[in-house]
Design a protein around this ligand. Structure first.
Ligand SMILES: NC(=O)c1ccc[n+]([C@@H]2O[C@H](COP(=O)([O-])OP(=O)(O)OC[C@H]3O[C@@H](n4cnc5c(N)ncnc54)[C@H](OP(=O)(O)O)[C@@H]3O)[C@@H](O)[C@H]2O)c1
Length: 247
């Protein structure tokens, strides 16, 4: 019997796979049977070691989206089926003081690099394969406004919009484009929030599940969206937030 949740034979690339959510997704995809290329601006040795020690297949590649066009050559002739757009940054400041450089840095990594990397992936799929999967990492701030993070909020609303646009254009061409919107997850990105007892208590109080999310919680959803079981899902933004947005 064919397992509709297996990724055996699939080849995946995960951006920002050296740590946090990207690392967990790389491990999750490998556990489902995919061979995984871990892309990062810093070495992804730890992630590759985790996967290979568990009997999976992984390698790494350098990519720095400070140049948002840096993903252009990642896919040529490599036989990828899956792209996970996870790399992302955040800059915090009051809207009245927010600088152009903080605007551009976040938009370049979170939105412009995501679009043009996905374009390069899709061109390769359309030329060489019949199907492909893209999972974008969105945010609660794809739906909510947040505070003191104007470029992050704009970029993540953009990620949700692009997910739907690309799904509309490519669903009939065999490429599924979806997103996962994480809630509050324990990574480097949220270390400062967890270290602040008042903010931490306020966040926990609002999460119906009563706990922060683990990167593995996001990996489960992202991996599912890459499996044959999710073949008819196009343009979805799946909240994985312990119920935060349900309140
Ligand atoms: N943690 C949360 O609660 C949460 C919630 C909603 C959405 N997200 C999203 O989830 C994704 C992963 O974040 P995380 O929480 O796992 O944070 P993280 O631990 O800070 O990881 C971010 C990843 O993006 C990479 N990255 C940053 N700038 C890059 C660049 N110029 N080129 C290539 N890679 C770059 C980072 O590399 P370095 O390690 O070298 O910096 C790292 O691998 C992001 O898109 C974030 O917006 C996170």
């Amino acid at each position: 019997m064919t397992n509709p949740f297996s990724l055996h034979g699939c080849h995946a690339l995960v951006t920002g796979a050296n740590t946090g959510i990207g690392q967990a997704i790389a491990v999750g995809l490998a556990a489902a049977g995919a061979s995984v290329v871990c892309a990062g601006r810093r070495p992804c040795d730890e992630t590759v070691a985790q996967i290979t020690q568990a009997g999976g297949a992984a390698s790494s590649v350098h990519v720095d989206f400070t140049d948002p066009m840096a993903g252009q050559t990642l896919f040529t002739g490599q036989g990828f089926d899956i792209l996970i757009n996870n790399a992302g940054i955040i800059r915090r400041n009051d809207a009245v003081d927010f600088t152009e450089s903080d605007w551009d840095a976040v938009m370049d990594v979170n939105l412009k690099a995501l679009f043009f990397t996905t374009q390069a992936f899709a061109r390769e799929i359309l030329a060489t394969k019949t199907t492909g999967r893209v999972v974008n990492i969105a945010s609660l701030l794809s739906f909510q406004g947040g505070i003191r993070v104007p470029s992050y909020t704009a970029s993540k609303h953009g990620v949700a919009g692009l997910t739907k646009l690309l799904a509309n254009e490519w669903a009939a061409k065999g490429i599924n484009v979806n997103a996962v919107a994480p809630g509050y997850i324990t990574t480097n990105n949220t270390e400062a929030l967890r270290a602040d007892p008042i903010r931490n208590a306020a966040i926990l109080d609002r999460i119906p599940a009563g706990r922060w999310g683990d990167p593995a919680d996001i990996a489960g959803a992202a991996t599912y969206l890459c499996t044959p079981a999710a073949a008819y899902i196009h343009g979805a933004v799946l909240n994985v937030d312990g119920g935060w947005l349900a309140r």
